[in-house]
Design a protein around this ligand. Structure first.
Ligand code: PLP
Length: 373
């Protein structure tokens, strides 16, 4: 695998050395059930609570506002499930949300909700004025992601949240792609709920959390035990949670250095791309870039790149295999969205790899040019 260049960090990241080392003792030495009341179980429980504090600190929250989940998708499902039974029967989401959010919002229709959709502008940004038009006093919940997973666009969360609150609606944000690059402070932005996933921030897959602001009521989501204050039953995955806490702390500590590194990588990558009249879609964090290569099919290009040793995607990993162009690009009005490929960079991407990958892209594009099907 070492000869491959991995440019798909938005799909998943490796577990960092620090997160891995933090988790290890909890597999064999301190393997106890954190719900056990004996002293060994309580050692595991203490580790979970320390991790909760670290996750909270990473987003400016209080520890009792963090609920561990199996990842971003579960956190999103939980946030939307919290409005079932509400007197208000409208939900508003942007049209560039992750599939999990779109599906959860649509799923609420069978519970009597209508779903209002808010389009982004050409840069992939959802304007607060557009949201204001889409919501009313009967809107229960608004969901807009902090950073889009296809173009990296950063949403004006504080303003969007204020617009939702001005109509009495709760505000949820999917911050899965945001935590590495952006400083997040939930008390400053005022969001009511926020989702984070471990595997996009150098922690394991299958772990994440939902932030729920004090005073906001969420319903029990998984039944069968008293874990997570009786709201999410099931024995906690202590090693993964400990790794998540370590990764959250590390991400905050390294953010400045990491962002400078990613900026350098992106610059070299884009500067070296020259074939197929590459068009960068939208504006956002440096970590994620979708590029349209006019005259080339994006799916074919991604396959050719994989064969040539560059691993990237067409749209999100969750929609991989779908023949339709990424919804985000379509909603932004990007021309030839089916000629797009997403590249995403991470801590392990070197400037040399970025330059080499761009040269490989140039070769692949010139070979494929004109072969659109
Ligand atoms: N939200 C966004 C923006 C994502 O990119 C992803 C993963 O691709 C998710 C949610 C889902 O997170 P998880 O894979 O932890 O379920």
């Amino acid at each position: 695998m070492t000869d491959r260049i991995y440019l798909d960090y938005a799909a998943t990241s490796p577990v960092s050395d620090m997160a891995f080392a933090a988790a290890l003792p909890y597999y064999k030495e301190i393997f106890y059930n954190p719900s056990s009341t004996h002293s060994l179980g309580q050692a595991a429980a203490s580790a979970v609570e320390r991790a909760r504090e670290k996750c909270a600190a990473a987003i400016g929250a209080n520890a009792d506002e963090i609920y561990f989940t199996s990842g971003g998708t579960e956190a999103i499902n939980w946030a939307f499930a919290s409005v079932v039974g509400s007197q208000k029967k409208r939900i508003a989401v942007s049209t560039i949300e992750h599939d999990a959010t779109i599906a959860c919002a649509d799923g609420l229709r069978s519970r009597g909700f209508t779903v209002d959709r808010v389009k982004p502008n050409a840069d992939g940004i959802v304007a607060p004025s557009a949201l204001e038009k889409a919501i009313g006093g009967d809107t229960a919940l608004v969901g807009v992601m902090t950073v889009n997973n296809i173009v990296g666009s950063v949403q004006p969360i504080k303003e969007l949240c204020a617009a939702a609150h001005s109509r009495g609606a709760l505000f949820f944000t999917d911050a899965v792609q945001a935590v590495n690059a952006l400083e997040i402070n939930v008390h400053d932005s005022g969001v009511d709920m926020l989702a984070v996933s471990g595997h996009k921030m150098y922690a394991p897959k299958g772990v994440g959390f939902l932030y729920v602001r004090r005073g906001v009521t969420v319903k029990p989501f998984i039944l069968g035990g008293e874990q997570e204050r009786g709201l999410r039953a099931g024995t906690l995955d202590v090693p993964s949670i400990v790794a998540l806490g370590a990764a959250a702390e590390e991400t905050t500590a390294q953010r400045k250095i990491n962002n400078a590194h990613i900026e350098a990588v992106r610059k070299v990558f884009l500067r070296t791309l020259e074939c197929g009249a590459p068009v960068v879609c939208g504006r956002g964090i440096n970590d994620i870039v979708s590029v349209v290569f006019n005259g080339v099919n994006g799916g074919r290009l991604a396959v050719a790149l994989s064969c040539a040793g560059v691993c990237c995607s067409v749209g999100s990993a969750c929609s991989a295999g779908s023949a339709v162009p990424p919804q985000t690009l379509v909603e932004m009005g990007v021309k030839n969205a089916d000629s797009s490929v997403r590249f995403s960079f991470g801590r392990g991407t070197t400037v040399e790899q970025a330059a080499k990958a761009a040269r490989i892209v140039n070769d692949a594009v010139s070979r494929l040019k004109g072969q659109i099907v």
